[in-house]
Design a protein around this ligand. Sequence first.
Ligand SMILES: Cc1cc2nc3c(=O)[nH]c(=O)nc-3n(C[C@H](O)[C@H](O)[C@H](O)COP(=O)(O)OP(=O)(O)OC[C@H]3O[C@@H](n4cnc5c(N)ncnc54)[C@H](O)[C@@H]3O)c2cc1C
Length: 456
Amino acid sequence: MQNTDLQHLQALLGPERVLTGESELLIHARDESHHPEHKPDVVIYPQSAEELSQILRFANERKIPVTAWGAGTSMEANPVPVYGGIVLDLSKMNQILAIYPEDLQAVVQPGVTHVDLNHKLSKYGLFFPPDPGAPATIGGMVANNAAGIQAIKYGATKDYVLALEVVLANGEILRVGNRAMRTSSGYNLVGLFVGSEGTLGIFTEITLRLAGIPKEVSAATAAFPTLEQAAQAVVQIVQSGLDPAALELLDPDCMRAINYLKNLNLAEQPTLFLEFRGHALEVVRDDLRFAQEICEQNGCESFSSALGQEERNKLWEARHHLAYAAAALNPGKRAIVVDVAVPISKFPVMIEFARKKLTEHALNGPVFGHAGDGNFHVGIFYNPDDPDEKSRAHAANDAIVFRAIELGGTATGEHGVGLGKIKFMRAEHGASYELMRQVKKLLDPNGILNPGKIFA
Ligand SMILES: Cc1cc2nc3c(=O)[nH]c(=O)nc-3n(C[C@H](O)[C@H](O)[C@H](O)COP(=O)(O)OP(=O)(O)OC[C@H]3O[C@@H](n4cnc5c(N)ncnc54)[C@H](O)[C@@H]3O)c2cc1C
């Protein structure tokens, strides 16, 4: 970018929202992933679709890269401006524009966080179910199609987006979708933008579907002698027709990290966290009893369902912060985070394969995940100053992801492609990857929107 470009942008929005200070650039140079930092040339805080339209029209003419930024909690460098240019930080567009309790819908600006939205919705007995654990913005969640712990029952962000206002690369402001709960009218353009990681347009208004908050909850932890037995129990719980609101698998490393983080005294064994939600206590308790039977048939050594509210909250809080706890137990290291998802029947095979690859490459790292969806993570820790360990970490990651794809799965169940999953795209999508590239060219012919992501 040239000085004249900066001057033009400052004249457009005023100097207080067009920032080039070193700390501002550094804050927007890294997300939560292991990928290296890249500073933008300038960080802009827009406040309306009209402002965004002017910025994008100018950037498109000058062919300046533009990368949207929500809260920067991504796991694959999704919002990192690898070619510099403009970062659009949308955190100041954080208004809840409307709540329609009678329709179970809300309209929000992209910078609203799911935490703030759910806080506001609770008085209506409603909530927005996708929950990545991190304090993400709705814009970032829509762009990454975030999912999280409750996706097994409630689905991912894509299942909650009804309509979008999007500013395209050429500055055009487009509306896609409507407020009807179902439609079969034409191509699904809402679906095209969801999961596009800021590469096709910038969302400025998002219309969401909501869900009612169920009254009753039952929860338990189940500890197993081996990870494979725990994984087998997951498959049977899902196949039994039970409808858990969460079914998480954590290996002994994770349990160690959770004990360390929350000062708990849980067995450091492969463990399932289970939760059922519903409107009658007998029903959610019955569900838990049935799940317990399945766990015991698969060798579960202790099933603890007498969790008090406080302990349950502590457990879920610890689960949400597991990534930070694991990092604290591996000081000075970085982690490649595997995010594969496979058909549920292949889940135990995949878990075993992942463990084997870690051992083969003399690495360690926690294995955990949203098991009920066949989605799991491996935090493969490596020392960034040790090229040999780094290359072993990449080799293990590649082997796990390619195996998941061979088994009919995906390289990324919820974190998105960003930088780290580009190398798997052709293997996963074949010829349709080329079609995606053509869609990108059609909507962003100059390639200014988040360049270097999804496509190399
Ligand atoms: C501890 C931890 C746990 C996590 N657990 C989960 C989990 O369980 N499930 C899960 O799905 N994710 C998880 N994540 C990942 C992360 O929270 C999600 O990917 C989240 O959606 C990122 O939102 P954000 O607001 O931080 O967006 P950012 O990281 O800032 O941006 C994400 C992407 O969205 C684009 N973008 C942002 N705003 C807009 C907009 N308005 N219009 C267009 N594009 C936009 C950016 O360019 C980027 O490509 C976790 C992260 C952490 C740190």
